[in-house]
Design a protein around this ligand. Structure first.
Ligand code: ADP
Ligand code: ZN
Ligand code: ZN
Length: 727
C-alpha cells in the first residue's frame, strides 16, 4: 500500500531554477524534515534538477505520481532571508520565481563535496642527514600547520626536491587539507584613517545604524573626492566588529580592480569577489564561504545580491545612480532597489552612495524616508574643479575638427605644465554614422534599425546592438558611386586621431567599453594613466566613473549635448550625472582642476547647473517636472515589450494586448508603438507603457491583464517594471 509509505514522507513544493509558474510537488525522502530552503535533487523527466524546498505543495500532483526529492550531501539549506527575498523579487518584477531562484543557484558546483588537498606537516622521524635547506623546511612546519609541497618550497626558499626528500625520510607526514584555504578575515582597525569632521559625523551615524542592526536606508551624498568610500568603510568596520557580513555592490566589474586594492589598504586583506569574471572554482569557494558566514565582506556586481548570506549586517550600493544596476536581460530587476528590499528582509542598514544620486533617492532623502548624510567638501587640499562651457556655435574650429581652439589651448597649457588631461566622448569607434555624400544613403545594420559605427582601426562597420559587422564598401550600396561614403561625427577613435595630429609628442591612450578592443586594454589604459605613463586619456563613460587619477587637472568634454534629448524620461538626469562624474575626475589632489564642456546649448538647464556647480537647483527643477507629469518617483511605470521574427504577429499581439487592457482608476496604458529600435537582432519590437498613480498596485493590474490575453507562441513578451531604458 503506497499510502503507508507516504505517511512519513511529506509532500512539499519544490522550486526549480527553471521557467515554471511556481513550485512543483514532490515528496521528500523518508525521514527528511520539510525545511524551507532545503536544497534537493529532484527528478525531472529523464534527469535530475537542482531544486529548493519552498512550501507545502499545491496538491496539484496525484499522490501516486509524486516523485521523491533527495537532499544533497550535508543537507544544505538556503537561508530564510534569501528565500523570502527571491519570492519578493519575483512578485515585484513579475519574473517567474524559478528564474529568480536561478540567479541564486548560479554556482551549481557549490554543492559538490569538497575534494581534500594533500598537505605535509611535521613527521615522526628526524632525518640522519641535515642541511641548511632541510632545516629551513623543518623550522617552518614547527608551527604545527600543514602546507602543500609547492607552498613549503616557496615559503622555505628551497627546491621541491628538498621537500620530497624529507617526505621520503619520514620527516614530513601527510595531512588532508580542506579543498579551500579559509578566506582571510579583514581587520576593522588595520589602517583606520583620521576622518575629517564631516566624514566623522556621517561615519558615526552609519556605525550606529550597523550596531543597532535595524533596517534603514542612508543616502551618503558627497561630492566627488569627499571620501564617501572612507566613510562607509567605517560602517564596514563596525559590521566586522559585530561578526556580521557586508555586501558592497559596484556598478561595473571594471571598477572592482582598484577597489580591491583600496579595501586591502584599509582592512589588511582583499574582500571576497563575486561577478561574472570570477572563475568557477573561486565562485564555488565564495558561495560556500558566504553561506557559512566566513566571507565577511563581499564585493560584487548586481548578481551578488542573490548570495546566501548567513548573517548580513550591512549593504552598500556604491554609485547608486548608475544605470548598470538595472539588469536588462534575463530576469529584469534593479539591483539598487532590490538591495533596499534585501536590507529590509535581513533587517540591516543599507547605504546608498553617490555624488549625483538618482532622483528617486534624492526625493526619498529630501522627504526624510532616507537619512541624508552630506559630504560637501573634498577631502584635504583638493577643491572642486571649475567648470566652463565652450559655446560651439562661436568657437568651432575648421570643418571636420572636433576639438575647439579654446580646448586645444587648454590641452597645450596642461601638457606644458607636465600634467594629465582626459578627453571624454561617450561614443565608441571612429564615427557613429557613415553617409553617402551623393545620395544621402545611411549605412544601417542588416538586422537592427541602428546605424553602423565605423571602427577605422579595424577597418569595419559594426552594429553596437547585435555585433553584425562588415567591411567598409568601396561603393555606395544604394547609388553605386565610389568614394562618396563619408564618416559623420566623432567617436573616440576620431578624437584620438585629431588629438595626435595636433599634439604628436603627447602620449595618448583610448579607453572605451568596446568589446572590440577588450576590457583588458581598457584596464591597461586606466593603469597607465594612474602610473603617469600616458599624458592624455581619451575615453567613453568607462573612464568617467569612480577612478582616481591624482595628476589629472584638465577634463575636456567633446560633446556635452550627446544623449540630451531623446524623449527619454531620464535623459536629462543621466546627462547631468555622467557629466558631473566626468568633471569630478579633475583636480582630485593638490592641483586644482579645470573642466571644459563643448556644447551647442549653453543655456540649457543641465549645462547651467554644471557650469554654476548648482547641483540642487537642477534636482529641484527635475523633481518639479516629474511631479507635474506624475513620473517616477511620483507615479509608477511599467513597460511591456513584445518581440519576435514575425513582425505581423508582434504587431497583432500589441493590438490585442492594448484592446484587452482593463479600465482601472489611476492607470493609463499607452501604445503599442514601435520601439526606438523597432528592429533589433532581426526581431521586430513593439512597446506598451503603463503609467499609474503612486498608490496603485501595478503588479496586480499587470497580472490580471496578462492572464486574460493569449499571445502567439512566436511572440515573446517581456515585462519591465520601473523601466529605466525606453529603447
Ligand atoms: P569619493 O568616493 O567621495 O569620491 P574617496 O573616498 O575616493 O572619495 O576619497 C578621495 C581621496 O581622498 C582618496 O584618495 C581617499 O583615500 C582620500 N581620503 C578621503 N578621506 C580621507 C581621510 N579621512 N584621510 C585620508 N585620506 C582620505
Ligand atoms: Zn549613394
Ligand atoms: Zn545590428
Amino acid at each position: 500500500m503506497p499510502t503507508q509509505a507516504t505517511a512519513e514522507q511529506e509532500r512539499v513544493g519544490v522550486l526549480l531554477p527553471l521557467p515554471l509558474d511556481g513550485p512543483y510537488d514532490y515528496r521528500l525522502a523518508r525521514g527528511v524534515p520539510a525545511t524551507r530552503g532545503l536544497v534537493v535533487a529532484a527528478p525531472l523527466g529523464p534527469r535530475q534538477s537542482l531544486g529548493v524546498v519552498w512550501d507545502k505543495g499545491q496538491g496539484t500532483v496525484d499522490e501516486n505520481k509524486l516523485k521523491t526529492a533527495t537532499p544533497l550531501d550535508g543537507r544544505p539549506v538556503l537561508p530564510a532571508g534569501l528565500c523570502d527575498f527571491i519570492d519578493w523579487v519575483a512578485r515585484y518584477t513579475l519574473n517567474l520565481p524559478g528564474m529568480v531562484l536561478a540567479m541564486a543557484l548560479r554556482s551549481r558546483q557549490a554543492f559538490e563535496a569538497e575534494v581534500p588537498r594533500i598537505g605535509y606537516g611535521r613527521g615522526s622521524t628526524t632525518p640522519a642527514r641535515m642541511t641548511p635547506a632541510r632545516q629551513r623546511v623543518l623550522a617552518l612546519v614547527a608551527d604545527g600547520l600543514a602546507r602543500s609541497v609547492p607552498q613549503l618550497a616557496e615559503d622555505a626558499n628551497v627546491t621541491p626536491s628538498v621537500v620530497r626528500g624529507l617526505i621520503e625520510a619520514g620527516a614530513l607526514a601527510e595531512v588532508e587539507l580542506p579543498e579551500f584555504t579559509p578566506l582571510p578575515v579583514p581587520e576593522p582597525d588595520f589602517a583606520a584613517p583620521a576622518l575629517n569632521t564631516e566624514q566623522g559625523l556621517a561615519a558615526h551615524l552609519l556605525r550606529g545604524a550597523v550596531a543597532g542592526h535595524h533596517f534603514g536606508v542612508s543616502l551618503l551624498d558627497g561630492v566627488t573626492g569627499s571620501g564617501k568610500t572612507e566613510t562607509y568603510f567605517e560602517a564596514v568596520a563596525e559590521a566586522l566588529c559585530h561578526g556580521r557580513q557586508t555586501l558592497i555592490l559596484l556598478p561595473e566589474i571594471a571598477l572592482t580592480v582598484q577597489f580591491l586594492d583600496r579595501f586591502a589598504e584599509r582592512f589588511g586583506v582583499r574582500p571576497a569577489e563575486w561577478h561574472s569574471d570570477v572563475s568557477q572554482r573561486e565562485r564555488r569557494r565564495v558561495w560556500r564561504a558566504v553561506m557559512k558566514g566566513e566571507a565577511r565582506v563581499v564585493v560584487g556586481a548586481r548578481s551578488a545580491l542573490f548570495l546566501p548570506f548567513a548573517s548580513l549586517g550591512l549593504i552598500v550600493v556604491d554609485e547608486e545612480h548608475e544605470q548598470a544596476y538595472k539588469q536588462e536581460d534575463g530576469a529584469i530587476y534593479h539591483a539598487r532597489d532590490m538591495a533596499v528590499v534585501r536590507g529590509r528582509i535581513e533587517n540591516c542598514p543599507v547605504v546608498l552612495a553617490s555624488a549625483t544620486p538618482s532622483l528617486e533617492s534624492y526625493v526619498n532623502a529630501a522627504s526624510g524616508r532616507y537619512a541624508h548624510l552630506k559630504l560637501l567638501r573634498r577631502h584635504g587640499a583638493a577643491v572642486l574643479p571649475q567648470v566652463s562651457l565652450i559655446d560651439m556655435r562661436d568657437a568651432r574650429g575648421e570643418p571636420g575638427t572636433f576639438l575647439s581652439p579654446p580646448l586645444r589651448q587648454a590641452l597645450a597649457t596642461t601638457l606644458a605644465a607636465g600634467e594629465q588631461a582626459m578627453l571624454f566622448l561617450n561614443r565608441r569607434g571612429y564615427a557613429p554614422l557613415t553617409l553617402c555624400a551623393a545620395c544621402g544613403h545611411k549605412m544601417i545594420c542588416r538586422d537592427c534599425s541602428a546605424w553602423l559605427v565605423e571602427h577605422r582601426y579595424r577597418k569595419r562597420l559594426v552594429c553596437h546592438h547585435c555585433g553584425f559587422e562588415t567591411g567598409l564598401p568601396q561603393q555606395c550600396p544604394q547609388c553605386g558611386e565610389s568614394g562618396t561614403l563619408t564618416a559623420c561625427g566623432p567617436g573616440v577613435e576620431r578624437v584620438a586621431e585629431e588629438f595626435r595630429s595636433v599634439f604628436p609628442e603627447a602620449r595618448v591612450a583610448i579607453a572605451s567599453s568596446d568589446t572590440m578592443t577588450g576590457p583588458v586594454e581598457t584596464q591597461a589604459a586606466i593603469r597607465a594613466m594612474v602610473k603617469r605613463e600616458i599624458d592624455v586619456l581619451i575615453g567613453t563613460q568607462i573612464v568617467a566613473k569612480g577612478h582616481h587619477f591624482p595628476q589629472l587637472t584638465l577634463v575636456g568634454v567633446v560633446d556635452a549635448d550627446l544623449g540630451g534629448s531623446d524623449g527619454d524620461l531620464r535623459a536629462r538626469e543621466r546627462t547631468f550625472q555622467l557629466l558631473h562624474q566626468v568633471a569630478g575626475r579633475a583636480g582630485r589632489a593638490e592641483k586644482p582642476g579645470l573642466v571644459l564642456m563643448q556644447t551647442r546649448n549653453p543655456d540649457d538647464a543641465v549645462m547651467h547647473a554644471l557650469a554654476s556647480s548648482d547641483r540642487d537647483a537642477f534636482y529641484e527643477q527635475e523633481r518639479q517636472f516629474r511631479q507635474a507629469t506624475q513620473s517616477p518617483p511620483f507615479g509608477r511605470l511599467a513597460a511591456i515589450i513584445l518581440s519576435g521574427h514575425d513582425g505581423e504577429a508582434v504587431r497583432k499581439a500589441g493590438r490585442d494586448l492594448a484592446r484587452a487592457a482593463p479600465a482601472s482608476r489611476g492607470i493609463k496604458v499607452w501604445g503599442p508603438t514601435p520601439a526606438f529600435y523597432s528592429l533589433l537582432r532581426g526581431q521586430t519590437r513593439e512597446r506598451l507603457l503603463v503609467q499609474a498613480e503612486r498608490m496603485v498596485d501595478v503588479q496586480a493590474y499587470l497580472r490580471t491583464w496578462l492572464a486574460g490575453v493569449t499571445i502567439a507562441r512566436s511572440v515573446r513578451l517581456t515585462v519591465d517594471v520601473d523601466p529605466v531604458s525606453f529603447f
